[in-house]
Design a protein. Structure first.
Length: 89
């Protein structure tokens, strides 16, 4: 249900990182690492599963919106996620 803006103490602009501003060109990242980076956390930061699920809600659409600027690598093992990196070509 919509909520009036007046109910919020602070409202921030919806600005998001561009891939080149977030990712190192010579590195590949999991969606979990990207989710942390989007929140200005270390890619290896320990967070609880509930928080991680919320961060993924932001990261997955970000990846899809910026798909033209990214490359994808298959998981190295069946129990690993895929990896995303900055397209350099």
């Amino acid at each position: 249900m919509p909520v009036p803006k007046a109910e919020f103490e602070t409202i921030h602009p919806a600005t998001f990182y561009e891939p080149a501003d977030l990712l190192e060109p010579d590195q590949m990242y999991t969606v979990y690492e990207i989710a942390r980076l989007l929140q200005e956390l270390d890619p290896d930061a320990e967070i609880d599963q509930e928080t991680e699920a919320i961060l993924l809600d932001w990261a997955i659409p970000w990846i899809m919106v910026h798909a033209d600027d990214l490359v994808v690598a298959e998981p190295r093992a069946d129990d690993e996620p895929g990896y995303y990196g900055l397209a350099t070509e």
